[in-house]
Design a protein around this ligand. Structure first.
Ligand SMILES: *[C@@H]1O[C@H](CO)[C@@H](O)[C@H](O)[C@H]1NC(C)=O
Ligand SMILES: *[C@@H]1O[C@H](CO)[C@@H](O)[C@H](O)[C@H]1NC(C)=O
Length: 213
């Protein structure tokens, strides 16, 4: 009996992730606290429709997998001033990012929303995303990218593959000199005028296959 207790304590103590450090509204997730007191939140099989209301000023990273979330709204991120990484995947009911959603999240470096159902995007991604270097929107249902959508960001790696884009607005990348990697595979594009990429002078990788060109 003593041995059993010892073994379970040892096992429990060895697990890195726990929900002890999670803010109340995220008790069903796993949270890891770093030495500076910042939190990494990991929610798997998140069965709620609403985005978890636990992104405090101390949350640095959030990953949500297999959720029932339907939209992202500005109020979900009002306290997300320290958020550097946002990852959401395998959430087919997530279709909408509302206007102003990323207004307060000026620390964001990576947004990955993949294998979801996104088709409605905010008019502007947000000019406050000065440190955003990775934007991964692979495998969604995006048909249209708003004009000058990336302006004000510092995106280097942009993944738009496996969507329904049939054209790109003229000048879309004109204010994105940081762009290095662009994946447009598996879309519905009939053409890509050379002028679209004229100002993307840092571009080193471009994927265009599986389009009806
Ligand atoms: C943001 O912080 C305020 C004050 O601490 C709190 O009342 C509010 O519920 C928080 N909102 C979210 C979405 O976490
Ligand atoms: C952007 O990154 C730089 C360098 O890491 C940092 O000093 C700055 O505070 C960041 N800006 C924002 C708005 O988080």
């Amino acid at each position: 009996m003593k041995l059993l207790v010892f073994i379970s304590v040892a096992l429990f103590g060895a697990s890195v992730r726990s929900n002890e450090d999670c803010p109340t509204a995220c008790e069903e997730c796993f949270c890891t606290e770093d030495p500076d007191g910042y939190l990494e939140i990991d929610c798997e099989d998140y069965r709620e429709e609403a985005f978890p209301q636990c992104i405090t000023h101390k949350v640095r990273s959030v990953s949500i997998t297999r959720s029932e979330i339907t939209k992202l709204s500005p109020q979900d991120f009002v306290n997300a001033t320290a958020l550097e990484v946002l990852r959401i995947s395998e959430s087919p009911r997530l279709t909408v990012i509302e206007d102003g959603t990323f207004e307060e999240t000026t620390s964001l470096q990576e947004i990955s929303i993949t294998n979801c159902g996104l088709y409605s995007l905010p008019d502007e991604l947000s000019r406050g995303l000065v440190n955003l270097t990775v934007l991964d929107l692979e495998h969604n249902a995006i048909k249209v990218l708003p004009y000058s959508w990336f302006d004000g960001t510092a995106i280097e790696n942009l993944y738009l593959d496996d969507n329904r884009l049939d054209f790109l607005p003229q000048g879309l990348f004109d204010n994105l000199p940081t762009l290095q990697i662009l994946n447009l595979e598996s879309n519905d594009m009939m053409e890509l005028p050379v002028s679209t990429l004229k100002k993307a002078t840092s571009l080193t990788h471009l994927w265009l296959s599986q389009n009806p060109f």
